[in-house]
Design a protein around this ligand. Structure first.
Ligand code: C2G
Length: 134
């Protein structure tokens, strides 16, 4: 079984997230998503709208996702990859090159981001009373 891993906050789920998860799953048979806890989001200078528990429940409902575990810190990736017998690490290419140290342990794939959508854009548009395409 070819196992894929990816990381993220996955707040206010949108097509950019779904496009990433679909392509990540297509690289193997099993997709493990390591989901940033609320505490780690603070380290990333992010404040998620949904709690960790709700973001986890939402991700677990996605057909491409097989398992969701917590991301507590920047340092856990090597042990995550080794302990879960991961074959492929996947992230959007906004992270291009940032995780190449994992190439010792697994394949590393950066996928093109989906243009024109982000959690930040959603928050800003809603604040301005705008829809996505206005
Ligand atoms: N993404 C994408 N296209 C978008 C928005 C996001 O492909 N328009 C991808 C990101 O590249 C990432 C994933 O969706 O691979 C999740 O995005 P975030 O929740 O913003 O994740 P991030 O905060 O970048 O977390 O240790 C790594 C960090 O936890 C990464």
């Amino acid at each position: 079984m070819r196992k894929v891993i990816t990381y993220g906050t996955y707040d206010l789920l949108h097509v950019g997230h779904i496009n990433l998860l679909r392509r990540a799953k297509a690289l193997g048979d099993y997709l493990l998503v390591v989901l940033s806890t609320d505490e780690f989001n603070a380290v990333k200078h992010k404040t998620a709208y949904h709690s960790y528990e709700d973001r986890k429940l939402i991700l677990e409902a996605i057909r491409y996702v097989d398992e969701v575990i917590p991301e507590y810190n920047w340092e856990q990736k090597i042990s995550d990859v080794v302990n879960n017998q991961i074959d492929v690490f996947v992230m959007g290419d906004d992270w291009e090159g940032q995780f190449d140290f994992l190439k010792e342990y697994c394949e590393v794939v950066y996928l093109p981001r989906t243009e024109g959508i982000s959690t930040t854009k959603i928050k800003n548009d809603l604040h301005l009373g705008k829809t996505e395409h206005e």
